[in-house]
Design a protein around this ligand. Sequence first.
Ligand code: GDP
Ligand code: MG
Ligand code: ZN
Length: 319
Amino acid sequence: MLQCLPEHPLILQSRNNFAHYKEATILGKVMEKTQGFYTVLSEDTKTQQQVKLIGSLKRANDRLNCVPGDSVRINEIEGTIQEIFPRKNLFLRPLIANVDKVLIVLSAKEPDLALDTLYKLLFQTYYNSALPIIVITKCDLLTASERKTLTTKVQFLTQIEVPAIFLHNSGSSEELSLLKEFISNSVSTTAGPSGVGKSTLINRLQTQREAATGVISGRLKRGKHTTTLSTLMALDEKTYICDTPGFLSLNLPEITDVFQLLSGMPFLETFFGKCKYNNCTHTNEPHCFFKKSVEEHPTLQPIYDFYLTIYSSIFQKRR
Ligand SMILES: Nc1nc2c(ncn2[C@@H]2O[C@H](COP(=O)(O)OP(=O)(O)O)[C@@H](O)[C@H]2O)c(=O)[nH]1
Ligand SMILES: [Mg+2]
Ligand SMILES: [Zn+2]
């Protein structure tokens, strides 16, 4: 068959081209998107370059088709993104894909720690298959008695095995190195209300780049584009973090049945499936194993409150 080959120069030609094409492409991570250009960090050389999507990947008005955190294949010569790899998850606020860990940042004071916000952020983190760590800032502002109240308030975190770290004066070097250990070798994002100290924290965690630190304002002044703007920063070669402007509303995902709730509250698994009715919503039903457990063990009350908060945020509003 060999002698046939010269008769098909086109096939040979295109095969050669393909090999060349493969060599010219590299894998990278999208760090930032600005006006149609994507800043991609090469996995190999750790250099950044500005590239565009190839035509076939462009979709009109679709801000979700390629976002920070995406793993992509780029053609360095053409300056294009050729392929976007499937995502592990996608967070909408901030807009970022493939998040491993979420730093849920809340301040002990100014503004006061809101449990509702904590519940919702925890739920969203688990629901998106990421791992949470609670970062409580501004502990230096607490009096001794306020400190006690706060400790009781967040005691339930130990029961659901969520790590929590308390920061004083934007974080001592010991506090920061504990945090660094937790986020090392992963992609993390901060999440939490405005003014709690997210940017300050990231500034302290990184050395090379500055996240914009703002002054706490009575009313949040946010332009439409700033709410979705997200930039991934490299803390070291394998550790990335995203700073995010504060948000006011937390949109919980579309959930249609109570079983789906479980994926956002894996620590409730032991209470589910043991009630009289197998479609028990654990709200008003008799012979509910979850409610009975809470009656017997009052320390479970905050976890039940957590459940009820999420349950009513998702189901009650549709009635
Ligand atoms: N006292 C105290 N102030 C802090 C701490 N962390 C941040 N701040 C201050 O809180 C304000 C808001 O911080 P910023 O990082 O902009 O909050 P962000 O909106 O969550 O990014 C700034 O004035 C910071 O200096 C802390 O641990 N203790
Ligand atoms: Mg900020
Ligand atoms: Zn039940």
